[in-house]
Design a protein around this ligand. Structure first.
Ligand SMILES: [Mn+2]
Length: 385
């Protein structure tokens, strides 16, 4: 029995506001589908964030419909859960995934928490925020009990686990029941394969470069999906990698040597099939941003999809001299951090920690991250409109 595990495809995402990048994500999903068809698995598991948002563009909806039809024609079912991106945070609201019931998609939901595929138990809990961790833990125990009646057991979740994302997690590693053979996780865009419970815990990661910090993952581990064989004692996990047709380039350039380095980059870029996304960091002392910006554009603009320069200008630091008169820790922190949220958090933590109150400090930190995630969620919601 072999299945494909993929996640975080984020269809409908328009990186940097560029239509071409939105198309790239569709292309990748089509490439994934034809690779899946090549592998002829028994079924597919998608661990959430199929779409970038809960109200995807029509092209995203259609891309999924076409791909699912092809899989269905080949008798390949898809089991999926909603992720944080494609969930509507309102009670009883339906995620877009419900549209594909007749296209072979089996949605793991609160109402249908598990399926049995040729004797394999496939169950999970849709994405839940940290506020509902207790409820999720209860649901996990229920699933674990139900799963114990079957020989092969797969748990599907779209959550961050503290072991892999220590500052923004919803569940702790010990919250997961131990009697599953395969933990099909999504949410973290890195690729992770770990031992847990009776089997393997796996994040297949995102197949495209959704954020620039995923470029090193693509370069070192590759991006794509995992092909899992459940027949042995332990699941056998093979990475199936994609070649991304559009290159993302990240490069640091010294201002002193800029002309030559830009020329080299131009040579490289002009040989690519598709215009790349180029992230540049210019390091140097006291240079003029707009001059540099113009030079970069003149050299590369026509050859790149987008150029995203960052300027790292080292200036002689003006030293603030603190004397006894102005040695006020509050002022120093506010001055140095220059951000009311950060300095307020720092001052609160300092107060607790200097009194040895570790628990209080922990509480403040937790609160901050809950708020922080909420703010991020809000920003995300608005950006869709
Ligand atoms: Mn994601």
């Amino acid at each position: 029995m072999r299945f494909v595990h993929l996640s975080d495809t984020h269809l409908g995402y328009r990186q940097y506001g560029l239509f071409e990048r939105e198309e790239d994500f569709y292309q990748v999903f089509e490439d994934l589908t034809s690779k899946i068809l090549d592998e002829r698995p028994d079924f597919v598991i998608h661990s959430g964030d199929l779409f970038e948002s809960s109200r995807p563009p029509t092209t995203a909806l259609l891309t999924v419909q076409n791909c699912l039809s092809k899989l269905k024609d080949n008798n390949i079912s898809v089991y999926a859960i909603p992720g944080n991106h494609d969930t509507i945070m309102r009670k009883n609201a339906l995620p877009p995934l419900v549209l594909y019931r007749n296209f072979g998609l089996k949605l793991i939901s609160m109402k249908n928490p598990y399926y049995v595929h040729d004797g394999i138990f496939i169950g999970g809990v849709p994405f839940s925020s940290k506020y509902f961790a207790e409820r999720v833990k209860y649901q996990l125990q229920e699933l674990s009990r139900k799963a114990s009646e079957y020989d092969h057991r797969i748990l599907v979740l779209h959550q961050a686990i503290d072991k892999y994302l220590p500052y923004e997690y919803e569940l702790k590693i010990g919250d997961l029941p131990e009697n599953f053979n395969y933990y099909a996780l999504g949410h973290i865009h890195n690729r992770i394969i770990d031992d847990y419970g009776d089997g393997k815990l796996v994040y297949p990661g995102s197949p495209e470069i959704w954020r620039i910090d995923e470029l090193p993952i693509y370069k070192t581990k590759g991006k794509g999906f995992y092909l899992v064989d459940m027949d042995g004692d332990q699941p056998d996990i093979q990475p199936i990698n994609l070649h991304l047709k559009r290159e993302t380039i990240q490069k640091e350039i010294d201002y002193i040597d800029m002309k030559k380095q830009l020329k080299d980059l131009k040579n490289y870029v002009s040989n690519l099939d598709k215009k790349p996304v180029v992230n540049l960091k210019i390091n140097g002392q006291d240079f003029d941003r707009s001059n540099v910006y113009e030079m970069i554009n003149k050299c590369l603009k026509d050859l790149c999809l987008t150029i995203r320069p960052q300027y790292n200008i080292q200036q002689k630091e003006e030293e603030i001299i603190y004397s006894d008169d102005n040695l006020n820790i509050e002022d120093i922190i506010k001055n140095k951090l220059d951000n009311p949220q950060k300095s307020s958090l720092t001052l609160k933590l300092l107060d607790k920690l200097s009194h040895g109150d570790m628990e209080g400090a922990q509480e403040i930190a937790d609160e901050f991250y809950v708020d922080f995630n909420q703010i991020k969620g809000d920003i995300h919601d608005h950006s869709e409109d």
